[in-house]
Ligand binder design. Structure first.
Ligand SMILES: Nc1ncnc2c1ncn2[C@@H]1O[C@H](COP(=O)(O)OP(=O)(O)OP(=O)(O)O)[C@@H](O)[C@H]1O
Ligand SMILES: [Mg+2]
Length: 440
């Protein structure tokens, strides 16, 4: 047995373990709360098992009461099957300084600290616990309610650390939400670490060949390239790609681009949808190469157009602002205070670009799809990650049973505002006289 000092230098115990390359590389990236989107079999559970062991060996609480750490898998039997033997194996050199209790699935260390195993399918075991650290595994299957009502509360008392690990399973689930949050550079509560099979290199060429030969393309994209979108069907904006990293050799430019900057010398283009409940303004600037950079979004709820106009003026006091609104704004809708929406915007000194009538929904969607990625692979729109709501809407709006974009789940407003903007900046020209063809 070799004696290994783990790379972060804290664990000074004889443990027969060495981090894999990618595991060692992410050690310095670990913040207090982390979401780890790592491909199948990459080694994320073992990595977190080591974090639990390290924490249990080294944590000293302020009040001297031993610390508790929890590993929450799918079910208690999944938790047992996943890390019980690993814990036994790695802790064997410590002999009877560590007690394994298989009746209540706990591991108790000499210093009194405890690792508890449980599953989110039977989450009650965690209710009322005040933890110092939590690993939530296979988080893509964890019900939101279990997090909201039980797990989150266990972290509050001791400001516990959290690692959420999983592999993508579509969108809108707890794991996806954590990963989106962690990808947002303006959100410092959680960090997302994504490692695809191309990043870790943890796949033998023979096995990879077998997987490629026998696996479903979308399943491989989901499980090994950590792509949340791969298996989501029926998306209205299916050309919008939320991936921020790509396999080696693929030079696709991500749609979500944190390097986008506001340029005070360029005009601001604003896509706007008029709704009393949610009034979004999607703010963009045209670049010299013809691409559109969406640098911000403003959203007001239960509001009027006057308030949005005032907000825009405050946001861009000296800019030339061109608003591309919903053409139905010529009628009264959110303009409860005075005049039509368009009149209000013009009175505030904004230029308003408005077609005589809104483009048909399918034409608007087509314009967006082409701007996002045309058939030859050209991408013309890039979005700063702070535009959370727009990203969410472009990601999650789906077609309903009638083949129309669904408007019942609240994913339509920002996408519509985006559509009005794109139709103004990069319209699909429809040739009415000759044939029913689009000129792109
Ligand atoms: N540093 C390491 N040293 C030795 N073996 C490792 C190491 N990291 C992971 N492994 C082994 O690699 C395999 C996969 O690890 P693990 O179960 O942690 O992956 P995972 O990413 O959680 O996979 P899944 O997505 O299937 O849950 C296991 O057999 C594990 O013991
Ligand atoms: Mg695992």
């Amino acid at each position: 047995m070799s004696s290994v000092l783990l790379p972060d230098g804290v664990l000074r115990t004889t443990i027969n373990f060495q981090y894999r390359r990618w595991q060692r590389e992410v050690l310095p990236l670990m913040t207090h709360w982390v979401a780890m989107n790592v491909h199948r079999g990459g080694g994320k559970t073992v990595f977190c098992t080591m974090r639990l062991i390290q924490a249990a060996l080294t944590t000293k609480t302020k009040n001297g009461i031993p610390a508790k750490f929890s590993y929450v898998g799918m079910s208690i039997s999944h938790a047992r099957q996943t890390i019980w033997n690993e814990l036994k194996h790695y802790l064997a050199p410590l002999g009877d300084k560590v007690q394994f209790n298989s009746n209540d699935n706990t591991v108790t260390f000499e210093n009194g600290n405890i690792i508890l195993l449980s599953g989110y399918e039977d989450p009650e075991r965690n209710r009322g616990l005040h933890l110092h650290g939590l690993v939530l595994d296979e988080a893509q299957g964890c019900p939101q309610k279990v997090w909201d009502e039980i797990l989150m509360a266990t972290l509050a008392q001791n400001e516990a650390w959290l690692i959420v690990i999983g592999t993508p399973r579509g969108t809108g689930n707890l794991f996806h939400k954590f990963c989106l949050q962690g990808d947002d550079p303006n959100d410092d509560t959680i960090t997302t670490i994504t490692r695809t099979v191309a990043d870790t290199g943890e796949m033998s060429p023979t096995m990879w060949k077998r997987i490629l030969a026998n696996g479903d393309r979308d399943a491989i994209r989901q499980e090994y390239f950590c792509d949340f979108m791969a298996r989501v069907k029926n998306r209205v904006y299916s050309n919008f790609d939320t991936r921020t990293s790509f396999p080696a050799g693929d030079d696709t430019k991500p749609h979500i681009d944190p390097s986008i900057r506001f340029d005070k010398d360029r005009p601001v283009w604003v896509g706007m949808d008029f709704n009393v409940g949610t009034l979004p303004a999607v703010c963009a600037q045209m670049q010299d190469d013809g691409t559109i950079h969406i640098f911000n979004e403003l959203t007001l709820h239960d509001t009027t157009t006057d308030r949005m106009a005032a907000l825009l003026r405050a946001e861009f006091p000296n800019q030339n602002v061109i608003i591309c609104p919903d053409a139905s704004g010529t009628q009264r809708k959110t303009s409860a205070l005075a005049g039509s929406d368009i009149t209000i915007l013009k009175r505030m000194g904004f230029e308003v670009r408005i077609p005589t009538m809104n483009p048909r929904t399918k034409h608007r969607v087509l314009a967006c799809q082409v701007a996002l990625e045309s058939a030859d692979g050209t991408r013309s729109v890039f979005i700063h990650p702070r535009c959370k709501r727009l990203i969410e809407c472009l990601t999650l709006q789906q077609y309903n049973a009638n083949g129309d974009p669904d408007k019942t789940k609240g994913f339509d407003h920002h996408a519509d505002a985006f559509g009005y903007l794109i139709c103004a900046l990069r319209p699909i020209k429809y040739n009415r006289t000759r044939s029913r063809e689009f000129i792109l």
